[in-house]
Design a protein around this ligand. Structure first.
Ligand SMILES: [Zn+2]
Length: 89
């Protein structure tokens, strides 16, 4: 017996089902897996991001998400508030 890496159900382990209880779980696990490589076009977008002025950390996270994980829900970007720089005179 073994437990499925996708749904956690215990199942009789065979040569054909080494990690997942069914081919459906195997397929679903593959669909949900994070990509191990970044597409060339996305690498270009990441390099472009280095030259951008991003107003806030959440805006930066949203730009990163849109490049590497477009299937994930967008990150809420807080209202832009001007940064107050104290004067030193
Ligand atoms: Zn399963």
């Amino acid at each position: 017996m073994s437990s499925c890496l996708h749904c956690g159900r215990t199942y009789a382990k065979t040569r054909a089902t080494r990690k997942y209880c069914s081919s459906r779980c195997k397929t679903n696990a593959c669909l949900e897996r994070h990509p191990r490589r970044i597409r060339a076009a996305d690498v270009e977008a990441l390099y472009a991001l280095l030259d951008e002025d991003i107003p806030s950390v959440s805006a930066l996270r949203e730009r990163l998400r849109s490049i590497v994980a477009p299937q994930r829900p967008p990150i809420a970007v807080a209202e832009e508030r001007p940064v107050v720089i104290p004067r030193l005179d």
